[in-house]
Design a protein. Structure first.
Lengths: 74, 208
């Protein structure tokens, strides 16, 4: 039996599991829009080219769009 | 033995596994040759300064760590991903020591996973140098952005596959070589078989 990919993307490859600080997670309960803004801002700095697709504590799942980002920039 | 492995890598704030901290970690769990989990995160440095030399080497800047994952959560996720798999790292003595001391700090525990050090294998098979980027270049493995954890993890995984294809590496499990001209690592897993080794160098002027 083939191994099962955890949290696959549309091509069956695993999404990248990553995360943010508890300070940012705390916003999820009080201000969801601010949480999303902070998460997007954080990953734009920390892992540019990766797109946030899902957030479920303690994981933030990212899709690898680095090649797409590079071709857009060219 | 190699049908269930976790290849992992740490970028750290310094070289002392007991005192310094992991600032980025990455891991892939590979079952029967397929990557089933991919994990990478920066780790918040609690009240510590990031040495400029580390930024120079890794490109990781202090502002990137400000909103990063807390250390305890990061190591809990990593341990969950690793499970009971074989741990694989390049220069594993370094990464295993950081893993041990973080686990000690967080929960007073350590790990018992078997491990494989690709640098120990490479020293036996190839001439100097044995840094991951050198070996990848030599074997035609693409490694862009060395010294960022996930890039190094994939480089290490490709290196392991190439060496295993050439000659199975199973006998290298739990063996940890260190350069004879230096002291042995300060901390190694209890199940490690530690031995001194020497670099091999290419013969110069052998031809003609």
């Amino acid at each position: 039996m083939p191994a099962e990919v955890e949290f696959p993307d549309e091509f069956g490859r695993p999404l990248l599991r990553s995360g943010v600080s508890d300070r940012i997670w705390a916003l999820m309960k009080t201000d969801k829009a601010a949480f999303m803004r902070e998460v997007k801002r954080y990953f734009a700095i920390a892992y540019p080219g990766w797109t946030v697709v899902r957030a479920k504590y303690p994981d933030i799942f990212l899709r690898d769009d680095r090649e797409r980002s590079a071709s857009v920039a060219e | 033995m190699l049908n269930d492995i976790t290849v992992f890598d740490f970028e750290t704030s310094g070289l002392n596994a007991r005192e310094d901290r992991v600032i980025e970690m990455a891991a892939i769990r590979v079952i029967d040759g397929e990557v089933v989990t991919e994990f990478e995160t920066l780790v918040r440095l609690d009240g510590r300064e990031l040495p400029p030399k580390v930024t120079e080497l890794t490109g990781i800047r202090p502002e990137m760590l400000a909103g990063a994952m807390d250390e305890t959560i990061a190591f809990k996720i990593l341990r969950n991903i690793m499970g009971g798999s074989l741990l694989v790292a390049h220069n594993a003595a370094f990464d295993l020591a950081f893993l041990h001391w973080a686990m000690q700090r967080i929960g007073g525990k350590t790990f018992e996973n078997p491990f494989l050090d690709t640098m120990t294998v490479a020293r036996d098979r190839f001439t100097y140098p044995h840094k991951l980027e050198d070996l990848c270049r030599r074997l035609g493995i693409g490694l862009t952005g060395a010294h960022r954890a996930l890039n190094d993890v994939y480089g290490c995984w490709e290196l392991l596959k190439a060496m295993h294809e050439e000659d199975p590496v199973d006998t290298w499990v739990n063996r940890l070589g260190y350069l004879r001209k230096y002291p042995p690592p300060e901390w190694v897993p209890e199940h490690a078989k530690v031995f001194p080794t020497d670099n091999k160098y290419e013969q110069r002027g052998a031809a003609g």
